[in-house]
Ligand binder design. Sequence first.
Ligand code: GUN
Length: 290
Amino acid sequence: MADIIDGKAFAARLRGEVAEGVAAFRAKSGRAPGLAVVLVGEDPASAVYVRSKHKACVAAGMESFEHRLPADTAEAALLALIEQLNADPAVDGILVQLPLPKHIDEMKVIEAIDPDKDVDGFTIGSAGRLATGQDGFVPCTPLGCLMLLRDRLGDLSGKSAVIIGRSNIVGKPMAMLLLRESCTVTIAHSRTEDLPSVVRGADIVVAAVGRPEMVKGDWLKPGATVIDVGINRVAAAEEGKTKLVGDVDFAEAMETASAVTPVPGGVGPMTIACLLHNTLAAAERRETIG
Ligand code: GUN
């Protein structure tokens, strides 16, 4: 039976460390680190995320500036808000919740964010820095996955890692992070041929495809470490109820792997903890550079 990787407990520790860092920052600078979160429209899942981010910020002693805009907000108005946040000295980090409504060019909006305030790590500059091994903001979900892997395995050098999913938010930055750790990295995706046998070669599996329970136990190398990024809502056994499952068949993976993250309670809580971590880092960097 595999161990369950407790992301919730790890995230609580990390949030505690950030709160201590925030207290020290406030004592030194006389102000709190500030995070601005922008939500356009009423997507219910996004609204839940934004509320959680706000609560976590306040609990860590940070300032949280919420900007909720109607779904029909013009792109120019959103860009003007970003300009205003870029110039605001009380704002250290800017996060625009994705997805944005279809009439808005997402990449254009992300690129408008000051790279020194890009705590999501989504700008081309941040992606480029990560890809070329320079210091910069790393997207929160893959950063959280890396922290869990390091905590579990220590040195990752030489290990074979398969990432399933090639998104800009998770798959690609995860690959860059694991490459930086000297893993041998494969990015698999929907067109990969014979995915089970590709996954079977991996010491580390990161599943980020958004397909409920796709990765089966017999896809896994015995003793593998499995990080499940998926959050999928599916029908539960009980009539009319739903439940959350990951991209990995958890019960099957527990029979073959050596460690598995659960859903919920694995990667999910790490994302917000890493956002706080990045926001504190942004504040410290701005305070040092001036
Ligand atoms: N939508 C889903 N995940 C994320 C995230 O990590 N950051 C932002 N800004 N939007 C998201």
